[in-house]
Design a protein around this ligand. Structure first.
Ligand code: ADP
Length: 514
């Protein structure tokens, strides 16, 4: 092999090596043009690529003053799109034009198209400042460089596409409302997205590298660790969808019910590469299920008791063999009346609850004087109260406001009735209010059993009852506070509770003044 060919081979080899090592197009094109110029014993050169708008733009140059694309325009316009039309005939004239405008001494030029799968993607030029024409051999050599450059462009494009694709996927994963985790073959976390970081309380960078069982630590209803007892990934040998359900508990105690679907990813040889987990928050669904179950059991229980009583007393009164004295008849009828009222209230509450959930609760507004309603509530329940001291505490100038009188009366009945129900040992029950600049605040306080703080926010959910022996023995379906909250909020106010176990409770609500 002659020296020239040997050198050419060495150059191309060094470029191929560089090509496998670097993937960024600019530095690779730079290397190619430098080597091409050296190889052809030229002084300068450039590579221009076809842009989307069919213009050629210089991507790498050598031996030319930096940032002078303008004078090279003659070499970058009207370039033949087909290889067969190369070299284009007036190339030499164009070079002279360039040399004149750029003020550079360029005497000779050789140019070749860069093609990829028969499509023109760019041009490569090498220039000489002395007047020795490029030979056919030079052209031959340049064509090898052109091929390399075309491959470099293709690789870099693929790489760019991949990077773009990855960025897009990353963004989708990161912003997915569902939790997403990507595990390696040993179930160690490679990625968790924002939603899952939120659910688990693990920062993504902390979670990375941890075993997924550590970060998820799924619990079942009995508090057992599902990751240890029933991990579906233990059986990854089988293909297909792998699912598991459980609760994720954050360090701060926040619990989320999730359903996780794992999809294993295998490489061409069939070995496990990654496992993608999609974590779906099913808390609401679970709660709805629980609520439905609770609804059915509470309602059936609460409906059954009065119906049984009414039926029992009616039956007894009808017995023809018995002659009831007036008192007994009166007592029985009172019970029948009371129980019918209870049924009526329950049915009304259910209707109101369904109106709230359907968003069709309409207020019937008029002038309302809260102290008057409070006095009515206290009077009504004084009879029921055993060992309770009921007090009213309103300032004399308490204003009249616009509200739904019947419903606000209902709220006060409910709060006072609860205060009595949940303070079985008696004590003071105070109903009072304060006037602020743009709203009033009303409270009902008792000295009863109180409510643990973690349950306080849930009291206002439908059918929620604090599970205690007292709760089980008192009547109620857990709708009162839910309805009260909807009514108060319907007036533009707020309702909340201040309480501690054994310390009594104070329910407060606000109502805006006009
Ligand atoms: P119900 O009284 O029918 O159960 P509510 O919605 O009125 O329904 O109250 C929900 C739960 O809140 C009650 O079951 C009870 O556990 C708790 N609760 C309400 N008021 C009080 C109170 N004053 N003291 C203690 N617990 C209360």
């Amino acid at each position: 092999m002659d020296n020239y060919l040997l050198r050419q081979r060495d150059y191309l080899l060094s470029i191929s090596r560089a090509m496998t090592a670097r993937l960024d197009m600019p530095s690779l094109l730079q290397l190619i043009i430098e080597k091409a110029v050296e190889m052809l014993r030229g002084e300068a050169g450039l590579i221009a690529l076809l842009e989307r708008d069919e213009d050629f733009r210089i991507h790498a140059s050598y031996g030319l003053p930096a940032r002078t694309p303008q004078p090279f325009a003659p070499l970058l316009t009207d370039i033949p799109l087909y290889q067969a039309n190369w070299p284009f005939p007036d190339l030499y004239a164009r070079l002279q034009l360039v040399a004149a405008t750029a003020g550079i001494n360029l005497q000779q030029v050789v140019g070749l198209p860069l093609t990829l799968e028969d499509a023109l993607i760019g041009v490569i030029y090498v220039f000489r400042t002395r007047d020795t024409a490029f030979s056919a051999n030079d052209r031959q050599v340049l064509s090898s460089f052109a091929d390399q450059a075309a491959i470099a462009v293709r690789n870099a494009k693929l790489y760019q596409q991949l990077a773009e694709e990855k960025r897009r996927l990353d963004a989708i994963i990161e912003n997915s409302a569902d939790g997403v985790l990507i595990l390696d073959a040993k179930c160690r976390i490679e990625t968790i997205n924002r939603a899952l970081a939120e659910i688990t309380g693990w920062a993504p960078e902390q979670a990375r590298g941890q075993l997924c069982s550590r970060v998820l630590a799924l619990r079942d209803g009995q508090g057992r660790n599902v990751c240890e007892t029933a991990c579906p990934l233990e059986a990854t040998a089988q293909e297909g969808r792998l699912e598991v359900e459980g609760d994720i508990v954050r360090p701060d105690g926040q619990r989320t019910s999730v359903s996780i679907t794992y999809s294993p990813l295998y490489d061409d040889e069939g070995s496990l590469v990654n496992i993608i987990g999609s974590v779906h928050d099913v808390t609401r669904f679970r709660e709805a299920e629980e609520m439905k179950a609770m609804f059915i059991s509470v309602i059936s229980h609460e409906l059954k008791t009065p119906v049984a009583l009414i039926k029992g007393y009616a039956n007894t009164l009808r017995r023809e063999d018995a002659h009831w004295d007036a008192d007994t008849v009166d007592e029985s009828l009172t019970i029948i009346e009371e129980e019918s009222d209870r049924l009526d209230r329950l049915i009304n509450n259910l209707l109101e609850a369904s109106r709230i959930q359907a968003g069709t609760l309409r207020m019937d507004m008029s002038d309302v004087h809260i102290p008057k309603l409070a006095a009515k509530a206290v009077d009504r329940f004084r009879v029921q109260a055993l060992g309770h001291e009921l007090q009213l505490d309103f300032p004399p100038n308490f204003p009249t406001l616009l509200g739904d009188e019947e419903r606000l009366q209902g709220v006060l009945y409910n709060l006072v009735s609860n205060a009595i129900k949940y303070s079985p040992k008696g004590g003071k029950i105070r109903v009072g209010g304060r006037v602020w600049r743009d709203h009033v605040e009303v409270y009902v306080s008792d000295q009863g059993q109180g409510i643990p703080s973690e349950q306080q926010s849930r009291l206002f959910e439908p059918f929620y009852r604090v599970d205690s022996s007292l709760g089980r023995s008192t009547q109620g379906v857990g709708l009162g506070l839910f309805l009260s909250k909807a009514i108060i909020e319907g007036h533009g106010g707020r309702i909340w509770v201040e309480s501690a176990p054994g310390q009594g409770s104070t329910f407060r609500f606000t109502l805006p003044l006009r």
